[in-house]
Design a binder for this molecule. Structure first.
Ligand SMILES: Nc1ncnc2c1ncn2[C@@H]1O[C@H](COP(=O)(O)OP(=O)(O)O)[C@@H](O)[C@H]1O
Ligand SMILES: [Mg+2]
Length: 374
């Protein structure tokens, strides 16, 4: 997926200002040998500034074959229309490694009448990797959310199996109709029956796939930094918090205190508690919506994590049932969140509890033991 960035004039100017030794002169087309290209651009493209004076063509050769035609077109259009351009593209270095670059630039006519491109080339490979890692984490979290939220699992099984089964029934009816004619239409009946077979196979594959998915989800216990796990969940929920006008406070002080657990499951607990907090505060209009997440080391050797909201607090009439499976006070609630949280924390040998927050709201706290010494 290629994301397109549209920069405003002001943003563009700011980027240009950030350049070391700006303005950097990029690949000049009509005067390649003369263009004083910046050393940093040389290095990004893998040329040694001391020995190489690469031409426009040599620069172009470094561009990934899939990105080359569009890069050439963009440069040509910018030159023709004297317009700014910005592009993300890949280059392939002589050792075969691929870098993601972002170029912003504009054509310029020099005093001697030559065409040059003035702009910046940024190496955004690390950013791309981070984006990819985030996407993977997101997908993993989504997979686990699907699995642990029983209702959603049931819904997805129902949908995936219902479709082929509906087709099986429909084709069986059709097949029988062709056979029951005064003069049976055997070819048409045969087609209907082969559709029955393929839909039956498809339903079987869905079930096999679900079984594989469930197997892969077995807990994977490892040493982990709870603050990293919290930060990852916050990265995923940040826009959701913003959308609901919730202010986030964090005080993560359990650094240097590794815990022993299943990262994805613990993140599922955090995600459930955060979403419950956000949902609890959704009706609040008269005071600030604040979600606070804290972590601290506790003895012997574990961490304590708290998720606090400034919502209306628990309803005393039902407070003792919130951890029960399928207990919910929400019209669209599943009531599985807290019961899953509690079983995950129990399985880790920790403890999950709830108490009212003063002056308003609710605090959920859980502990996770540290790494066993043996
Ligand atoms: N932060 C909170 N503030 C107030 N009530 C809460 C909070 N978290 C959970 N609850 C109560 O506990 C119930 C069960 O929560 P949960 O197990 O997550 O199921 P669901 O969110 O689907 O209703 C909620 O319906 C709500 O009544
Ligand atoms: Mg919930």
């Amino acid at each position: 997926m290629v994301r397109r960035y549209e920069l405003s004039d002001a943003q563009w100017a700011r980027i240009a200002d950030l350049l070391p030794g700006k303005p950097a002169v990029g690949a000049g087309r009509s005067a390649p040998a003369r263009s004083p290209r910046p050393r940093s651009t040389f290095r990004i493209f893998g040329f040694d500034p001391a020995t190489t004076q690469p031409s426009y063509a040599t620069f172009m050769e470094r561009i990934h074959p899939e990105d080359r035609p569009s890069s050439e077109q963009a440069l040509e259009r910018a030159a023709r229309e004297r317009s700014r351009f910005q592009r993300q593209y890949r280059i392939v270095l002589p050792d075969g490694s691929v870098k993601h670059l972002q170029s912003v630039g504009q054509p310029d006519i020099t005093a001697s009448g030559d065409l040059e491109f003035v702009g910046t080339v940024m190496d955004i490979t690390e950013r791309r990797r981070a984006e990819e890692a985030l996407r993977n984490a997101q997908a993993e979290l989504a997979r686990v959310a699907r699995l642990t939220t029983m209702g959603e699992l049931v819904a997805s099984i129902t949908h995936e199996i219902k479709q082929p089964l509906t087709a099986v029934v429909a084709n069986a009816d059709t097949g029988l109709r062709w056979l029951n004619r005064d003069k049976p239409e055997l070819d048409r009946a045969r087609n209907a029956f082969s559709r029955i077979a393929s839909n039956g196979k498809r339903a079987g594959e869905v079930i096999r796939g679900l079984r594989a998915l469930a197997k892969k989800s077995g807990p994977q216990l490892a040493k982990l930094d709870i603050n990293d796990a919290i930060q990852e969940v916050l990265a995923l929920t940040r826009s959701e918090l913003q959308r609901h006008g919730v202010v986030l406070h964090t005080a993560l002080s359990a650094a240097d205190r590794p815990v022993f657990g299943d990262r994805v499951q613990l993140q599922q607990v955090l995600l459930n508690l955060i979403m419950n907090g956000v949902e609890a505060m959704s009706a609040i209009t008269d005071c600030p919506k604040v979600l606070a997440i804290t972590s601290e080391a506790v003895e012997p050797g574990g961490v304590l994590v708290a998720v606090e909201d400034t919502g209306p607090g628990l309803d005393p009439a039902t407070a003792d049932r919130i951890f029960d499976p399928f207990f919910t006070t929400k019209s669209d609630g599943m009531g599985m969140g807290l019961s899953i949280c509690r079983s995950i924390i129990d399985a880790h040998g920790g403890h999950l509890s709830v108490s009212p927050r003063v002056p308003c709201g609710t605090v959920f706290r859980f502990t996770v033991p540290g790494v066993p010494s043996s």
